[in-house]
Every structure is written in structure tokens, then in C-alpha cells.
Design a protein around this ligand. Sequence first.
Ligand code: NI
Length: 164
Amino acid sequence: MALRQILKDGDPSLRKVSRPVTKFNDRLMMLLDDMQQTLAESGGVGLAAPQVGVLRRVVLVDTGEQGIIEMINPVITHREGEQEDLEGCLSIPGKYGIVRRPQKVRATYLDRDGNECEIEAEDFVARIVCHETDHLEGTLYIDVAERMLTDEEMQELEQKRGES
Ligand code: NI
């Protein structure tokens, strides 16, 4: 396993549409392993392959209790309700925005063995699924955010974090 560099906003790879995975080979296993390590190191809750410069439809999503799931060729098949909350991105460090997302989503995907899987996600995990699958279309949350936090709001947020 190896750490991969996370590309930052401004890199053209983040703006491209990723291609579906067709081969479940060693190269894919290595990508998944490297993404796992890179995500763990970053302290983030999700990571998409284009963020490490690989334009393939692969994302990792931290589901909390069920750990990190690897989603290959994910497709959101159902969206329900609405929620608004803070969102950030490993490719846009130090910034946060308010983003409206569905309260609940269902998505199909393949696991690393090529098995067809389905996930039903709510609340925070639904947000991550949406955020990461957006990356596969070259979309960043700053494109869809209601608004970004002001410097003052950022300072307040950091203060709160420092206290807790
Ligand atoms: Ni992101």
C-alpha cells in the first residue's frame, strides 16, 4: 500500500468525468488499498479516485458503524427528502460551505470482487455518497453549495472545535 497525493482544487483532473471500471484486476486492488490508506491518513470521511488523479468511478465512503465501504461504478438510484448542512472536501482544504442534499439515498455499486451491492444511506452518510459520486462527474461541492462560510463563521467554527 502507498499513500497517494490528494489533488487540490484547480487541478484539471478534478473537473473531468471518470470512466467506469471494467477490469477487476491487481491495478484496481492496488488503487483501492492505496485509497484506503490515503483516506485514513487524511482524517476525511470519503474519497473519490479522481482526487488521487485516477479517472475511474471508484469512491470510498465512511459509513460510521459499518466502516468504510468501497463503491465501484456507484449509481444513485433513489433520492428522498432534503437536508442542509456543512460540507468540506479534502481537495479544498480550510473551506466549508452549506450544501443541500437529499435526506436519504439508495445507490447500487460493485464491491472489489465485482459483486452487485446496494446501500441505503441517510443523513450524514447520504451526504457523503452524494459528495463522492459528484466527484466522478467532475463536480465539487463548491459548485452546488448554497453559500460558503464567511471568514468570521470559519473562526467561530474553529473556536468551537478547539473547545470540544
Ligand atoms: Ni470531496
